[in-house]
Design a protein around this ligand. Structure first.
Ligand code: TRP
Length: 469
């Protein structure tokens, strides 16, 4: 049923940029990027990350836009309509969205909780690290916030993405950026904060392992929403006269800017307060409240705004993930929107419940050597997105006809793209080779080997069976 019926188009270029950037900018930039950089030695990780963004990420985003606009349908259909044997790449994308939504709403719930905690005592806590630890391990409370966060997602996706959320993000995205700049500048005035700036910019490659290279790659794809067909789907709504490389560059630039800004907001303050860079997933929830609690009077309000903005940034990303799976059921299986959204959200909520409780009462349960939360994170970020990115590049470089792809990227030759040959070579050769090597070496060297093997097995099974989907 993959036909081009009744599909909307973005009203304006601005609307498209907002939606694509809204999908990209999220918890990945502000929650995930700083703690990964902290765990992987800082500057070297940041440099490798930037390399992947600039060399591979922008090219892959351009490619996803091109494949989507050319096909005019969402991810699964785009592959299936050209060659049924490639259907599974779209299906992997649907599965990836599904599993990311097995942990993302947990962190979205933390952010929502911190909005309210900002004005009810968080500012007067003597130890923000212990406060965070007690909160996430308390089981029931974070679970409830996750459920509320999930309900917000359902509301938005059932009603269509364009209403309130767009208006809220137009206001709160700039607020987020201003507050990040404020925290960064304020942090740099604190004693001992310069070590944090150094940590981010003075390259030290001694901490780099294959695992951290794979982390940087996974983070680049995760942050840019690449490797699973989300940007491809957005491309399918894009008008024929829009520049694909131009839009990809703009969305990527914005995404990277926000990630780096988050790094500069977190690390100077972190070093000034003597928090460990390797404190892990709670980093932003420990450091930012501590900065604001230093500011008597308006600190609580600023903290409230910060976590409101973070929650909205998270929502604009998670609705895009829920939408990927929902639109698959609508487009390919003819299920109505309301039913599809609810069914998908309930299943995601079950996964997120496991991930949320794995920080508390289920902390001893492991699947293949990791907690539920970590397992969902690792399997998507370190396998599915990387393998998905390689497969999308191979599909574009080796299956789609070169003339067709280039014609799409140059708008039928009307919009010349100076780097078109470089871009095509990156897609056809460099991404499959470099990402492939990084994935293989990372998988060989990672601790959670069993999990990686399970992930690869799932991909293999999908490759064999999804022709029938
Ligand atoms: N990019 C988002 C973030 O940084 C998360 C996200 C939304 C995503 N859609 C995606 C990640 C698709 C991978 C694929 O928070």
């Amino acid at each position: 049923m993959s036909q081009k019926t009744n599909r909307g188009q973005w009203g304006s270029r601005f609307g498209f940029i907002m939606a694509a950037a809204g999908s990209a900018v999220g918890l990945g930039n502000i929650w995930r990027f700083p703690y990964l950089a902290g765990e992987n030695g800082g500057s070297a990780f940041v440099l490798i990350y930037l390399f992947f963004v600039i060399v591979m990420g922008i090219s892959l985003m351009t490619t996803e836009f091109a494949l989507g606009r050319r096909a005019g349908v969402s991810a699964v259909g785009s592959f299936k309509n050209l060659d049924r044997r490639w259907t599974f790449v779209g299906v992997i994308g649907v599965l990836t969205a599904f599993i990311i939504m097995g942990f993302y709403p947990v962190v979205g719930g933390w952010s929502l909780a911190y909005m309210f905690k900002s004005i009810t005592g968080l500012m007067s806590t003597p130890d923000t690290a212990a406060f965070f630890g007690n909160f996430v391990s308390s089981s029931m409370e974070p679970l409830l916030w996750m459920l509320i966060y999930m309900i917000l997602n359902i509301f938005i996706v059932v009603r269509g993405v364009s209403g309130g959320i767009e208006a809220a993000s137009k206001v709160l995205m700039p607020v987020l950026i201003v507050l990040l700049i404020f925290v960064a500048v304020y942090g740099m005035t604190l004693d001992g904060s310069f070590a944090g700036v150094e940590f981010l910019i003075k390259p030290d490659f001694s901490a780099v392992t294959w695992d951290s290279v794979l982390s940087a790659l996974g983070q680049a794809f995760f942050s840019m929403s690449l490797g699973m067909g989300a940007m491809l789907t957005y491309g399918s709504y894009l008008k024929k006269d829009q520049s694909l490389p131009g839009n990809a560059g703009l969305v990527s630039g914005l995404d990277t800017f926000v990630a780096l800004l988050a790094g500069f907001a977190i690390f100077p303050a972190l070093f000034a307060f003597g928090v460990e860079p390797t404190s892990g997933a709670g980093l932003v929830f420990m450091v930012v409240p501590q900065v604001f609690s230093n500011i008597s009077g308006i600190g609580a309000i600023l903290s409230f705004f910060f976590f409101s903005a973070l929650t909205v940034a998270a929502l604009t990303s998670s609705v895009s993930l829920l939408e990927v799976v929902t639109s698959y059921l609508i487009d390919e299986h003819g299920i109505n929107r309301k039913k599809a959204t609810l069914a998908v959200a309930v299943a995601m909520t079950i996964l997120s419940t496991l991930a949320s409780l794995s920080q508390g009462v289920l902390s001893d349960v492991s699947i293949l050597g990791a907690s539920f939360f970590d397992a969902f994170d690792i399997v998507t970020d370190k396998i599915f997105l990387a393998v998905g990115g390689v497969l999308i590049a191979i599909f574009a470089g080796w299956v789609v006809k070169k003339e067709d792809l280039i014609s799409e990227v140059t708008n039928e030759g009307t919009k010349p793209f100076a780097l078109v040959n470089v871009w095509y070579a990156i897609v056809k050769y460099a991404i499959p080779l470099v990402v492939g090597v990084v994935a293989v070496m990372g998988i060989i060297n990672i601790q959670q080997r069993a999990l990686m093997i399970a992930g690869l097995a799932i991909i293999a099974i999908l490759a064999v069976f999804s022709k029938k989907l």
